[in-house]
Design a protein around this ligand. Sequence first.
Ligand code: BGC
Length: 376
Amino acid sequence: MSLAWKKSAIAMVAAGVLVGSMAACSTEREAEPESTGGAAAAEDTVVGIAMPTKSLERWNRDGAHLEGLLQDAGYETSLQYADNKVDQQITQLENMINQGADVLVIAPIDDTALAPTLQQAADADITVIAYDRLLLGTPNVDYYATFDNYGVGTMQGEFIVEALDLENAAGPFNLEPFAGSPDDNNAKFFFAGAWDVLSPYVESGKLVVPSGKQPATNDDWQSIGIQGWSSDTAQSEMENRLNSFYAGGAKVDVVLSPNDSLALGIAQALEGNGYAPGDGYPVLTGQDADQANVLNMIAGKQSMSVWKDTRALGDQVATMIEQIVAGEDVEVNDEETYDNGEKTVPTYLLQPQVITPDTVEVLVDSEFYSADDLGL
Ligand code: BGC
């Protein structure tokens, strides 16, 4: 989207109603609503949206949906994708700041890398919403909207417990756990949620990890993290584990994959190693219900995905922006969980949902996909 926003920003500065100054918005600043100078209009508000990459399906959906909503409501928007390159995201944000953004919605590539840029945003009185991923090590983030990230991991762990009937079956089952990108705060929550469910079974010996790639504690999750959530890296890591630890004929029973991009690579590695859908194909988890993964589920190559309806997240962020612009309290439902090292960021948490090969119609019924998209 090209921007004609500078003019309106200058006009707003002149009128003293820069929405950023309404960053009164933040709960801590609720006490001084007079300082907002009154509500602004959507038409006078410029929203910059910084997404990490186009290479993953979900972020394309996220960006397009949020931008569409905001434009329909009359906001000026700039939507930028940064090809998973931190420097590129910083430059894009600096441009948005210089061009007079009032609100920034940011899904960071590296949660800790944006603190200096966010200081520039704060200096320009811009309200910052962390989108899906938290911004760490900065006081300059006003709100966070995301799904219950710990809950995502819990769902993956519980799915594994049920799929293998871990309560009753004798085992032992061979488990290969993976974690997400070490620079993504969400990945820590996904792993902790799953590991809190699974580690008792590892301790009791019902689950064993032949590769030894099992973090000693939740805090060591980065030791099995896949940088940049890369499918290719996940594939080669899985290939290495299969070649090094399963060459003698042992079989993998279950792979804990935190998301769909990793699950795609892991499924490739399994296939390349002779695992075919059907009996003996490992339980494989995922997250996002990306189209390729839903197709894999239908084909028997993935067991589940935790679906986060990105439209609901976009809707919530659009509501937050509306409330910010109107000078109203911003609705949040979690003010305890997301400490970013500098502050506990007021958060709106949405609920994810498990999708299995038997329930993919949910995605069609809700119009997330068409039946055609899924070959149904
Ligand atoms: C998101 C996941 C996504 C992953 C890779 C995480 O921060 O919450 O939905 O699969 O990034 O893009």
